[in-house]
Design a protein around this ligand. Structure first.
Ligand code: IMP
Length: 195
């Protein structure tokens, strides 16, 4: 898969958060078109399997919702809360704020994650899930930063490969702001007097 680059005719649009500004990067319609492709594949692969779909909070919530609607997949949903980022920097430590309650043994597990950066979070979590002997584990991630990857994470259903910069929107936050944007924005410049 090629790294995603915004089309030349993408409108120049900024949002400000704190002292930072972010520039429009992946527009809503492009996200939805890609989710449709992933959803068709997921629907096919999990037909008749009743997967356990584990959504990684908080960032993957919009991705999960759109995947579920587009695929109309039959499955059980659960949530885990994993944190490793402060501001725009990975701390390297994974904190599990809330665990998935479901029994994973012998289940076909599909993890739904917003973004794979160093891969530390999923490396931690997939190892932990494997100890509970699921039948299979697959991963759906909307975004992957291959240049940042430090752990051997395989994404089975990937939305976009992106360069190694910080992004917000569509569930992704900067210090808990920006999750509600339909589009994804990339970190641009410090705010130097934008109106
Ligand atoms: P990793 O453990 O380094 O792969 O980081 C994964 C987690 O860090 C994701 O689930 C996000 O919560 C967060 N994260 C990584 N990159 C970004 C980003 O560019 N914007 C917002 N959150 C990010």
């Amino acid at each position: 898969m090629q790294t995603f680059h915004p089309p030349a005719n993408l409108p120049t649009q900024y949002v400000k958060m704190g002292e930072l500004r972010f520039r429009l990067f992946i527009p809503d319609q492009t996200i939805q078109d890609r989710i449709k492709v992933l959803s068709d594949q997921i629907k096919k692969d999990y037909a008749g399997k009743n997967p356990l779909i584990i959504c990684v909070l908080k960032g993957a919530i919009l991705f999960l919702s759109d995947l579920m609607k587009a695929s109309e997949i039959e499955g059980q949903i659960d949530f885990v809360r994993l944190t490793s980022y402060e501001g725009t920097v990975s701390t390297g430590n994974v904190t599990e704020g809330m665990s998935a309650a479901s029994n994973v043994k012998d289940r076909d597990v599909l993890i739904v994650e917003d973004i794979v950066d160093t891969g530390n979070t999923l490396n931690y979590y997939i190892k932990k899930l494997k100890e509970q002997e699921p039948k299979s584990i697959k991963l759906a991630a909307l975004l992957l930063k291959p240049e940042a990857l430090k752990f051997p994470i395989e994404v089975d259903y990937l939305g976009f490969k992106i360069p190694n910069f910080f992004v917000v929107g569509y569930g992704l936050d900067y210090n808990e702001e920006g999750r509600g944007f339909r589009d994804i924005y990339q970190l641009d410049l410090p705010d130097v007097g934008l109106k």
